[in-house]
Design a protein around this ligand. Structure first.
Ligand SMILES: Cc1cc2nc3c(=O)[nH]c(=O)nc-3n(C[C@H](O)[C@H](O)[C@H](O)COP(=O)(O)OP(=O)(O)OC[C@H]3O[C@@H](n4cnc5c(N)ncnc54)[C@H](O)[C@@H]3O)c2cc1C
Length: 532
């Protein structure tokens, strides 16, 4: 049974053949994939369509997007990781134009408050911690210095962190010898405006947008593949390959194909979000804020004309009303909308690619490290790399699923670390996090780090050593020992080298404009309104 749920009109069951369908699909079937339909017109759907149109060209493959005109997008705002630059260069996007039209700002990373213990504060920024000294990674020298009782904290060796703390921003230097080249940056976007921006790009590059809602999914009797999508005007769409970007609804993959779902709620306890934008509060910080709260965490994302606020929480530990009250009590400005509630389903589809359907958009992971758009990008890149040799190529599908599963599991472990590595015991939620069992891959990583400060990097890991270090050290996990090779330099040499490094970073950051000034100079939005 395939009638689509979740706010769309119920339709008739279309599994039987012989229904009268007004088809608008491509021509006769060919051996390779010649047509793709993306379902879902949020940022994920249009990002996928824009990238496919650019990579595949309309003469090679017809791309259409079914975008329900009635719905609001899932998130009000979102952080894009530095990997978004790859999309910029693929699509030839002008960064200033993009930020003007999405009321966007720059992101050097995130500030985490109250995660390890109440009162703690650290940054996970996009850049390296320290620079190469001798044989071993920088942080071993830092631990050695710290043991000698003389150190201001590892963040002082990160250009991005120092800039974030001082509210500064500039593009990284192209001179690889400069400390100002040792970081990257991402963006904060208004989600709806980003979807609009990508939609315009995709349409200008040959993608057809269909402003309709899918009300039924027809499966082929012989093999259960998606055969056709019925829309709310009674017409029907066919394609060789379908991409499900319907967010948490999973209209094709979960509802129609019943692909199945691996639940990770026992590791990632937050399953609800309440969000509300509010008026801006003066200067624009070049980072988002993630503050641990009694039953989850609160996010703030600075846009040019407002601040987006969300409380991501565990429905088992706090009611919707109390979560909304907590969020409203803590707004940095006047509320601009009514609170909006959403479900997050921590987990992953049992198969990302099942039959002729790919579940691409990520409503599956906790938004703590802002991986949604990144995962759409890697999903598209992987699809193009493994573009099916024939319309159904089991080995390509298997490889796609293997790599995507690894990537999700690595990110999952990184997210779990934030919850597990907390020393808080001031609420049942944090007690649960401290007590919960964790995946072996993460357990081994934590144990190795605790013992000797080493970080094991696994295949398909998106977050690098420096990201892991930010969270491990930021949440007070101290290694028992440092690498003995750090003793190749004596303590005075280490002191001198690290002092020099800190000074160079501070001098470099002192020369940067404020983030607020940088945005005003480069990409100030023309319109005062905040919504499209
Ligand atoms: C609170 C929250 C914060 C997040 N923060 C970030 C972040 O900072 N960074 C990040 O990268 N990711 C983030 N994400 C993940 C986020 O989901 C995506 O990155 C991004 O917003 C794209 O969303 P989407 O397009 O998948 O989903 P949505 O914006 O929900 O879009 C789904 C689309 O599917 C359409 N649809 C549904 N059913 C049908 C149907 N039957 N027929 C036709 N269309 C249909 C809807 O109309 C909608 O347009 C966050 C998610 C949440 C919930």
């Amino acid at each position: 049974m395939i009638a689509v749920n979740g706010g769309v009109t119920g339709g008739r069951l279309l599994r039987e053949t012989g229904g009268h369908l007004a088809e608008s699909g491509p021509g006769p079937p060919a051996d390779r994939v010649q047509s793709i339909v993306v379902v879902g017109g949020g940022a994920a759907g249009w990002l996928a369509a824009a990238a496919l149109a650019r990579l595949l060209k309309p003469s090679f493959c017809d791309v259409r997007v079914i975008a329900s005109p009635r719905d609001q997008t899932g998130a009000f705002s979102e952080v894009a990781l530095p990997s978004f630059h790859r999309l910029n260069s693929l699509l030839g996007i002008n960064e200033n134009d993009l930020l003007q039209r999405t009321r966007g700002t720059f992101s050097l990373g995130a500030q985490f408050a109250d995660w390890g213990r109440l009162g703690d504060r650290y940054y996970h920024t996009f850049g390296s911690l320290g620079a190469k000294l001798e044989a071993v990674p920088f942080h071993h020298y830092w631990i050695k210095l710290r043991r000698s009782g003389d150190d201001p904290g590892i963040g002082a060796y990160s250009t991005a962190t120092v800039a974030a703390k001082h509210g500064r921003f500039a593009h990284p230097s192209l001179d690889r010898r400069s400390v100002l080249s040792l970081y990257s940056y991402g963006y904060h976007f208004h989600s709806g405006s980003l979807a609009t921006y990508l939609r315009e790009y995709a349409r200008a590059h040959g993608v057809t947008g269909i402003d309709r809602t899918v009300v039924d999914v027809r499966l082929r009797g012989e093999d259960g593949f998606v055969d056709a999508l019925q829309l709310d005007d009674g017409s029907c769409i066919r394609a060789d390959l379908y991409i499900d970007c319907t967010g948490a609804r999973g209209v094709l993959a979960q509802q129609a194909l019943e692909t199945g779902y691996e639940d990770w709620k026992h590791w990632l306890p937050c399953d609800r979000v309440v969000s509300i934008p509010c008026a801006g509060a003066g200067d624009l910080p070049p980072y988002s804020e993630s503050t641990a709260r009694g039953s989850g965490w609160r996010q703030r994302i600075p846009l040019q004309h407002c601040v987006d606020n969300a409380y991501v929480y565990s429905s088992g530990h706090v009611s919707d009303d109390d979560a909304a009250a907590t969020l409203l009590a803590d707004l940095p400005g006047r509320a601009l909308e009514e609170p909006r509630f959403q479900r997050v389903a921590p987990g992953r589809p049992a198969k990302f690619w099942d039959k002729n359907c790919i579940a691409l958009a990520d409503s599956f992971l906790d938004p703590l490290e802002s991986t949604g758009l990144h995962l759409v990008q890697t999903g598209i890149t992987r699809l193009v790399t493994l573009f099916p040799v024939r319309r159904y190529s089991p080995s390509d599908i298997e490889e796609y699923n293997r790599l995507t599963t690894l990537e999700y599991e690595r990110i999952r472990d990184f997210l779990i670390l934030h919850y597990k590595a907390s020393q808080r015991c001031d609420s049942p939620f944090w007690e649960h996090c401290r007590q919960m069992a964790i995946p072996d891959t993460l357990r081994v990583k934590i144990e190795l780090f605790r013992r000797c400060g080493r970080i094991a990097m696994l295949d398909e890991e998106h977050f690098g050593e420096d990201s892991w270090l930010c969270v491990l050290l930021g949440q007070n996990l101290e290694p028992q020992d440092y690498d003995p090779l750090a003793d190749v330099l004596d303590i005075e040499q280490v002191k001198a080298a690290l002092f020099r490094m800190r000074s160079m970073i501070q001098d470099g950051v002192d020369g940067m404009p404020t983030h607020t000034q940088f945005v005003a100079d480069h990409c100030l939005a023309q319109s005062e309104g905040i919504f499209e």
